[in-house]
Design a protein around this ligand. Structure first.
Ligand code: F6R
Ligand code: MG
Ligand code: MG
Length: 364
């Protein structure tokens, strides 16, 4: 069987204006770079969410293919040059190294890739978020693949009734564990409720079919200092024994709270938006998510359909704005500002250093 690979590789290589968007010159440079790699890719779609440039690519080379990673890296380098020329903000920000070494993982860009045999009809949704981190997908992924109150198919569709397997990564200890749901429904929640540390990397059907994969790298952990949140991507396959498009979108009908927003240091609502309005402005936010739907046809990307442009998500947006008002009123107080251990990877420890010597022991 001819297996297809769907790769989404993204990076922030320069913002317009500040950290709010991607300039058209970068998008067209990226398109030009990918078009020049004739023969390597079957198809591609270049897009953005906030200040992140997303390369959506299909090919036959499998996940972690050096040629595809090299092409992505070279594309980001070319876009960085354009960003520098226009003095865009934070040009080259996510390219943590000067030289490509075979795989973009660990070098800054975010990577979500899956390989599968294309079904007779293959609907996929690509979620892209800005001003948040990979753990932002834990809540919706749990709802999509494990919550019968969200996904009717878990109860009604005999193909889904057995449940799904979830691979969870511990980003601090660099370990992974797989849970089988619904049997381990309560166990998985012990971990994934702590979304800053444990993230759902992938979801498989009980027959071993890949259903979803996310980016899990935490750039701030990799760099040991604040270099932006990781603005994650998520791929979900839909329909025919997998959750329906509407079941996959449903968790976003009410915004959940994610870490990120201003200076990567604040909790706030994740607002579902159309691609055209994915430009976080208020307090550099609130964090946003875009959902682009494609039908795959022999690897060709038929789309996108801008799924959150639907007015059915207007209420979610209003709710997000109400929550944004609420959180903003707290200013530098938790739980708007992140807890201290999360602030370790921001610029705040430098400020705290100045106070170190002034601490005196309590007498009792
Ligand atoms: C959050 C983000 C922005 C910046 C903020 C300060 O992920 O990218 O909120 O942290 O605009 O940016 P600098 O320090 O570059 O002025
Ligand atoms: Mg940025
Ligand atoms: Mg970003």
């Amino acid at each position: 069987m001819n297996r297809l690979t769907l790769s989404v590789i993204k990076a922030d290589v320069g913002g317009w204006v500040g950290h709010s968007g991607v300039h058209e010159a970068l998008l067209s440079q990226a398109r030009e770079s990918l078009a020049a790699a004739e023969g390597l890719l079957i198809d591609y779609h270049v897009t953005s969410c906030g200040d992140d440039l997303n390369l959506i690519m299909t090919h036959r080379h499998g996940v972690d293919a050096e040629a595809v990673h090299r092409l992505s890296w070279d594309t980001f380098v070319a876009c960085t040059a354009v960003a520098k020329k226009l003095k865009l903000y934070g040009a080259g920000q996510d390219l943590l190294s000067d030289a490509f070494s075979g795989n973009v993982k660990g070098m800054g860009p975010g990577v979500a890739e899956m390989e599968f045999v294309e079904r007779p009809s293959e609907p996929v949704i690509i979620f892209m978020a800005d001003k948040t981190e990979p753990g932002a997908w834990n809540f919706p992924l749990f709802k999509i693949f494990a919550d019968p109150f969200n996904t009717a198919g878990l109860v009604i569709d005999p193909k889904m009734h057995a449940g799904f397997r979830f691979e969870v990564h511990d980003l601090y200890e660099h370990k992974k564990i797989t849970f089988s749901l619904p049997e381990e429904y309560y166990d998985i929640l012990v971990l994934i409720g702590a979304a800053g540390r444990y993230t759902i990397k992938s979801v498989y059907s009980k027959t071993g079919e890949i259903a979803s994969v996310s980016t899990t790298q935490r750039l701030n952990l990799m760099a040991g200092r604040y270099v932006g949140k990781d603005d994650p991507v998520l791929i979900v396959r839909a329909q025919s024994g997998l959750p329906a498009v509407g079941e996959i979108l449903e968790p976003f009908a009410h915004p959940h709270i994610v870490a990120g927003w201003m200076r990567g240091s604040h909790n706030g609502p994740l607002m579902p938006v159309s691609q055209a309005t994915a430009t976080p402005t208020r307090f550099d936010g609130p964090p946003r998510v875009v959902a682009l739907g494609f039908q795959l046809c022999e690897g060709r990307l038929i789309g996108p359909q801008d799924l959150f442009a639907d007015p059915a998500f207007d209420r979610a947006r209003s709710e997000a704005l109400v929550l944004a008002d609420f959180f903003r009123r707290l200013g530098p107080f938790e739980p708007h500002r992140l807890p201290l251990d999360e602030m370790e990877y921001t610029t705040m420890p430098e400020v705290m250093k100045r106070l170190e010597d002034r601490f005196e022991d309590l007498s009792d």
